[in-house]
Design a binder for this molecule. Structure first.
Ligand code: TLP
Length: 343
């Protein structure tokens, strides 16, 4: 039975057309910088976002962590939003591998208030840790795919410029933010010191993320990637999937957003408490205790119908749409949830 998988946009499978491009890819040893397909993808990503250079990395986590390693020195602090992926789901790697401490700032909606950032930067005293980097996340996973407002980004970047601080963007779902807001990706990322975005989420590639920045930054990141065990060889077969994804799967993210909205509206009518309200991109969270439903029981019920959802605990489910979920699949998921509630 084919499954309707609403757990994450990481579950997408490469399409026959993408596989064809992968099979035909020209390859070489990328540790020697000799894989023409990887080189093409790196140039393409850099150009698309308005940066000097790009680097293909195996995962989003590695991209973020290589960026942190490249921007900071051991003993420094990194300002992060408290619900961010770099802080919560990357296993303390910034401390383990880069020797830096995260300085988390809580927020209502995943965006950082510049006044709060100011408070978290230590005065210039030799016995206090120095801030080495600020990271932002757009769209924000733990806030249900919320788009970081453009003005909010500018405020953080202007402040960081004044203090001569680098700012890294975890843009795992940058293209979702771009499509939802109608803002070019290169405009969203203007002024950042580095950006990571994922090819293997909504864009539908099987593996891989990109890091972009200045030439100097990417030279350093190349060392970091090798040190973290991410130097890859004839990896053009994966880069070809990334090129295909960038050429074919960006604009269609709008369909994922429409599907998420359809599901969101139905669940709202059924009485689920939803975050964000309204839904902005391809992710949202549904509180099931608001209607007396156990999220895990609902997940078990739907699984038997070939619908896979991701309860975080007994009270909350994350729903994510992506290119392997059609409008018809959404209708089936809604029907399944209604069946559960009726029974
Ligand atoms: N997110 C995954 C899980 O790790 C939670 C998902 O299913 O959403 N930044 C952001 C904002 C992410 O959401 C993720 C992955 C990453 C970085 C890391 O990417 P990978 O999984 O490629 O290391």
């Amino acid at each position: 039975m084919t499954q309707i998988d609403l757990r994450s946009d990481t579950v997408t499978r490469p399409s026959p057309e993408m596989r064809q491009k992968m099979a035909e890819a020209e390859v070489g040893d990328d540790v020697y910088g000799e894989d023409p397909t990887v080189n093409r993808l790196q140039e393409m990503a850099a150009e698309l976002l308005g940066f000097e250079a790009g680097l293909f990395v195996p995962s989003g986590s590695m991209g973020n962590q290589v960026a942190i390693w490249s921007h900071t020195e051991s003993g420094q602090e990194v300002i992060v939003e408290k619900q961010s992926h770099v802080y919560n789901y990357e296993l303390g790697t910034m401390s383990a591998f880069s020797g830096v401490t995260p300085r988390p700032i809580p927020s209502e909606d995943g965006t950082l208030d510049v006044e709060e950032i100011k408070k978290e930067i230590n005065p210039d005293k030799y016995y206090l840790p120095e801030t080495g980097l600020i990271t932002l996340e757009n769209t924000h996973n733990n806030q249900g795919g919320k788009v970081y407002p453009y003005e909010g980004i500018r405020e953080v970047i202007d402040f960081a410029d004044e203090r001569d601080l680098p700012v890294h963007l975890d843009g795992a779902r940058l293209f979702n933010a771009s499509v939802a807001s109608g803002t070019k990706p290169s405009k969203i990322v203007e002024g950042f010191s580095s950006v990571m975005f994922c090819l293997s989420k909504g864009l539908g590639a099987p593996v891989g993320s990109m890091l972009v920045g200045s030439e100097e930054f990417i030279e350093k990141a190349l060392v970091g990637r090798k040190r973290f065990g991410g130097g890859m060889r004839q990896v053009g077969i994966l880069a070809a999937a990334g090129i295909y994804a960038l050429e074919n799967n960006v604009e269609r993210l709008a369909e994922d957003h429409e599907n998420a909205e359809k599901l969101w509206k139905e669940l709202k009518e059924l009485g689920f408490e939803l975050n964000p309200d309204p839904v902005e991109t391809n992710i949202f969270f549904a509180r099931t205790d608001s209607i007396g439903v156990n999220a895990k029981d609902l997940a078990d019920f739907l699984k038997d119908k070939g619908i896979v959802i991701g309860p975080r605990n007994e009270r909350e489910i994350r729903f994510v749409t992506h290119l392997d979920v059609t409008e018809d699949d959404i209708d089936q998921a809604i029907a399944g949830i209604k069946d559960y509630l009726a029974g």
